[in-house]
Design a protein around this ligand. Structure first.
Ligand code: BES
Ligand code: MN
Ligand code: ZN
Length: 485
């Protein structure tokens, strides 16, 4: 999409089919739109009144101007003192309403907050059409932002939206079309020319390296597992971050098989991996001065005849042993290996993302992620990044007294705890593999999949986590890690 800045609302109006006008409560029109609104006269006023439009965040009202440029004005409420996500959502509402129009303009970025506006607009027009014989892609090809400057900011918005869209595509891809090695190929293709170094570990490598968790989960599948290792090493960097994403390309539950209903959405169980890889691409394109290692352990979880059986014991990358009592608690097994491997590279901090537990969905519902970890200042930063990114999360505890739920006489730990607090016992298992490194874990079982179309979200894979990770790394680039603020 072509994104341009135009100085005046008047110029935008003369070029666009649809014009989105941002308004605050009391109908305070953003930028220089007041005069134009007055020229629309009583008809527009009445339309706003009938729609109950007052400029509150989330409100919108479309009005047919009766002329050609623009043929439609969309009033977009941002609320008082709009947050980045108020703008992102309003832009999403505009993007949906204007998806049939080639040229759209808006005053939403008048104050220079172009990145969230561009993100919201582009993401609202996302669709996954690969298997539709009559695809209906959005037709907008030009977005005019009223106001001056912030070109760089708008480019960042495009980069982030493209990374989120890439992650959504991968998550929405049916499991049969994304075998682990195929994902690896898609990653190689996507990162070409971005200055990222891709190393992949095939089965022989994983055996040699002692990745017993990943191999144990992969044992029941005919499709080979692999570990994707992506490096971003800019010339200048003071901070080294490791990102790890759960990449279960299909979670049948393994021999502890899931019921049909629960299995239906399990192609999305690689959303953590998709988020990490998408974020790496954006971080590289934005040339953020932070060193980043991205790891994505990729495998199916299937009940084939060689599958890991309940009662089997796996030896992981750092030598710790895990008794597998439920093969459906597989995410922690592959993350154990990947986290241990990340630790070996000595990062300053680590973040993992995983569609890890149904329990986290029970606790927080389907739009809020759980965040846990061993370092409150890191969790704080991630919460702030999430807020800016419009990705909701809530800090859950890692209670030491629950660790004993993982005790077993057979091994160093078992892979399931008791009936309650499943998101926490899963994270406590991960903690066994992070050593002393500041670490945060995001359980994205809920928000990785959006259940309906709304503002910039579309039903299906959401790409949740990409924006928070990019925001976090941008923040680390500016402020470093370990400095007290
Ligand atoms: N991938 C699932 C978690 C999940 C559930 C993600 C629903 C998204 C939506 C995970 O591998 C799993 O099966 N977890 C089990 C753990 C249990 C066996 C301890 C669960 O949550 O039921
Ligand atoms: Mn599972
Ligand atoms: Zn899973």
């Amino acid at each position: 999409m072509n994104i341009e800045f135009v100085e005046t609302q008047k110029e935008a109006a003369s070029r666009a089919g649809v014009l989105g006008l941002a308004a605050r409560p009391g109908l305070v029109w953003e930028g220089d739109a007041g005069g134009y609104v007055a020229s629309l006269g009583a008809g527009f006023e009445r339309a706003l009144e009938r729609a109950g439009f007052e400029g509150e965040a989330g409100q919108s009202c479309s009005y047919d101007t009766g002329s050609e440029h623009p043929h439609t004005v969309v009033a977009l409420g941002t609320g008082e003192d709009p947050s980045a996500d108020d703008r992102r959502r309003a832009a999403g509402i505009l993007g949906r309403k204007a998806s049939k129009d080639a040229s759209v303009a808006t005053t939403l970025a008048f104050e220079g907050q172009a990145a969230p506006v561009v993100e919201g607009f582009l993401l609202s027009q996302y669709s996954y059409d690969r298997f539709r014989s009559k695809p209906e892609p959005a037709r907008t090809d030009s977005l005019l932002l009223v106001g001056t400057g912030a070109e760089l900011d708008s480019e960042a918005g495009t980069v982030v939206a493209e990374a989120v869209s890439w992650a959504r595509d991968l998550v929405n891809t049916p499991a049969r079309d994304k075998a682990p090695r195929e994902v690896q190929r898609l990653v190689a293709e996507m990162v070409e020319g971005l200055g990222l170094r891709l190393e992949t570990h095939d089965v022989a490598d994983l055996e040699e390296g002692g990745f017993g968790g990943l191999l144990g989960v992969a044992a029941g599948s005919d499709r080979d597992p692999c570990l994707v290792e992506l490096w971003y090493e800019p010339e200048e960097s003071e901070t080294f971050v490791a990102l790890v994403g759960k990449g279960i390309t299909f979670d049948s539950g393994g021999l502890s098989i899931k019921p049909a209903q629960a299995m239906a959405t399990m192609k999305t169980d690689m959303s953590g991996a998709a988020a990490v890889i998408g974020a790496m691409a954006a971080i590289a394109r934005l040339r953020l001065p932070v060193k980043v290692l991205g790891l994505a352990p990729l495998t199916d979880n299937m009940p084939g005849s060689r599958a890991t059986k309940p009662g089997d014991v796996l030896t992981t990358r750092n030598g710790k042993t895990i008794e597998v009592l439920n093969t459906d608690a597989e995410g922690r097994l592959i993350l154990a290996d990947a986290l241990a491997y990340a630790v070996e590279h000595g990062p300053d901090l680590m973040v993992d993302l995983a569609t890890l537990t149904g329990a986290c969905k029970v606790a927080l519902g389907d739009t809020i992620a759980g965040v846990m970890g061993n370092d409150d200042s890191l969790i704080d930063r991630i919460e702030r990044a999430g807020e800016q990114a419009g990705e909701s999360m809530w800090h859950l505890p890692l209670p030491e007294e629950y660790r004993r739920q993982l005790d077993t006489p057979m091994a160093d730990m078992k892979n399931i705890g008791g009936r309650w607090g499943g998101a926490l016992t899963a994270a406590l298992l991960l903690q066994e593999f992070v050593g002393d490194i500041p670490w945060a874990h995001l359980d994205i079982a809920g928000p990785a999949r959006w259940t309906r179309d709304e503002h910039y979200q579309t039903k299906g894979g959401s790409g949740f986590g990409v924006r928070t990770l990019v925001e976090l790394v941008a923040n680390l680039a500016e402020q470093g890690f370990g400095t007290t603020e």
